[in-house]
Design a protein around this ligand. Structure first.
Ligand SMILES: [Zn+2]
Length: 509
């Protein structure tokens, strides 16, 4: 337990003697402030991410319905919610946007007075214009206010790009252990649980961090297949070792062209005395990953787009999900690329779904024309005018739909020859059968279903009879070997395939 003053000590000792130690639901003296800036910044996108691109949670919205908050509440801990800015994947965050978020959080921290811990809900791949590493700035500014004795615990998406300097500001780090992700709430809850464990036992945990020179797209880092399956299984073992609390593997985000981009591992030690053990384990884990680097491969069939379409056409009675991976909306790509549509039309396919192309202007034209109208449109290629261009099509408006029953904006479903195209009024991905239901399409009733993601998300994976990842151009090019990086550190695998490396930085073994 973190003991603040002789008076509190006396109360605690008295309580313990009375058999009233901290138990579930009982009020403790701990106060935890929470904040977060979650963003996956793709530096190849030629436009900035602004405040309006984030969902901003404040006050009760931060904690309501959240498993991690319920855990803290059950522990009798006072939670002070401040801004949680939650974004998806998109371009670099504007300086003004980041600074507005940071200042709001810092102000709340100053107003909050003394706190015992801070829980940060992060993604880890944040990149802000004019900042070499905004996550370091963020943590350093927090530390300036609270000093080094307040525990700061942060949860992350495993696609974060993590630097040593950032880790030095944190006491507890815990990343998702599944990709595709199904353990977001679990990870946030684990993170706060570890923080509470540290507070109750008067521990000040420390993080051992090792950056690996490996740069892979998430599609080569699926945690349910080897080699990551067994490497992630080691995290549980490490977490249970004496003196250690938790361990993480970050796959990293390859479309953030920064020196910290790439894989990394972290092991959390209970305190400074156990940091050496944490470093030894981090080193062993990093070396084990390095040894398996050549096995970090796509676990799905890949093909160029023409090959993918031809394969699907050879088995017309089944459904083939084709992912337009270069235009992967979930990695921040534009979502308005037209290459796949152009190729489907060139092959005169008879039964394909394309979900979808982001084009609010075209949606408006469809709304104005009305259901059943024949319409000429120039669609897509407006956001991504680097790898794509608008495509002129003639089609029929089949229906106007809504993402959610209460959505203000409409989407439009049009038919162009044998292709049913969903035109979207905003940037979003079809990752689940429910997204198809919203546009009244049964994907399994069609031969080809194109979605703009890399690996198929779990909801579609569960239903897809066949899947091919099409290696298409775009802001999320899967072939990182072909990307012209300016800032990614070198040497790095696989850009420098023959490089030699070993994680001997800490123990010198
Ligand atoms: Zn992720």
């Amino acid at each position: 337990m973190r003991i603040k003053s002789p008076i509190i000590t006396t109360i605690i000792v008295a309580a313990l003697f009375a058999g009233l130690g901290c138990s579930s639901g009982e009020k403790t003296e701990f106060r935890i402030l929470t904040a977060g800036i979650r963003h996956e910044s793709n530096t190849f996108i030629p436009y900035l991410t602004m405040v309006s691109d984030f969902t901003l949670l404040r006050h009760r919205d931060v904690t309501q319905g959240k498993a991690w908050a319920k855990f803290l509440e059950d522990e009798g801990i006072e939670v002070i919610p401040t801004l949680h800015a939650i974004g998806g994947a998109s371009g670099v965050v504007s300086k003004e946007t980041y600074e507005a978020f940071r200042e709001e959080i810092l102000k709340a921290l100053r107003v909050a007075g003394s706190v015992d811990g801070i829980f940060l809900d992060m993604h880890g791949a944040l990149h802000v214009e004019s900042y070499p590493d905004a996550q370091v700035d963020f943590i350093q500014q927090i530390r300036e206010i609270v000093g080094n004795d307040v525990i700061i615990a942060a949860s992350f998406d495993l696609h974060g790009n993590i630097s040593q300097e950032f880790m030095e500001g944190l006491n507890i780090v815990s990343a998702y252990r599944t990709a595709p992700h199904v353990d977001g709430e679990e990870t946030r809850t684990r993170t706060v649980r570890l923080m509470v464990e540290a507070l109750k036992n008067d521990l000040l945990p420390r993080v051992a961090h090792i950056s690996l020179p490996i740069l892979i797209p998430g599609e080569k880092g699926i945690t349910s297949v080897e080699p990551l399956k067994s490497l992630y299984a080691r995290l549980h073992e490490i977490s249970r070792m004496a003196g250690l609390m938790d361990a993480s593997i970050f796959v990293g985000m390859p479309w953030t062209d920064v020196s910290r981009a790439g894989m990394s591992v972290q092991v959390v030690a209970k305190d400074h005395q156990h940091l050496y053990e944490a470093q030894v384990q981090a080193e062993a884990l990093a070396n084990a990953i390095w040894e398996r680097r050549a096995d970090l491969k796509f676990d799905v069939t890949t093909a160029l787009i023409d090959g993918a379409i031809k394969t699907a056409l050879e088995a017309p009675d089944s459904t083939w999900f084709i992912t337009d991976s270069g235009d992967n909306v979930t990695a921040g790509a534009a979502g308005d690329g037209t290459l796949v549509l152009e190729r489907l039309l060139a092959y005169k396919v008879k039964d394909a779904i394309l979900a979808g192309i982001v084009d609010p202007e075209a949606v408006e034209q469809c709304v104005a024309a009305g259901v059943g109208a024949k319409i000429d449109l120039s669609i897509g290629g407006k956001i991504d005018n680097v790898f794509s261009k608008p495509l002129a099509v003639s089609g029929t408006v089949l229906r106007l739909t809504k993402e959610q029953p209460d959505s203000k904006q409409l989407d439009a479903v049009i038919r162009v020859d044998g292709v049913t195209v969903v035109l979207l009024s905003r940037h979003r991905a079809f990752t689940d059968p429910a997204h198809f239901q919203a546009v009244e399409i049964d994907p399994l009733a069609h031969n080809i279903v194109v979605v703009k993601e890399g690996y198929l998300f779990q909801g579609l994976r569960d239903i897809a009879p066949h899947a091919i990842m099409a290696l298409t151009p775009g802001f999320a090019n899967q072939l990182v070997e072909n990307i012209e990086y300016k800032n990614v550190r070198r040497p790095i695998f696989p850009l420098n395939p023959d490089m030699i490396w070993s994680a001997n930085n800490f123990t010198g073994n």
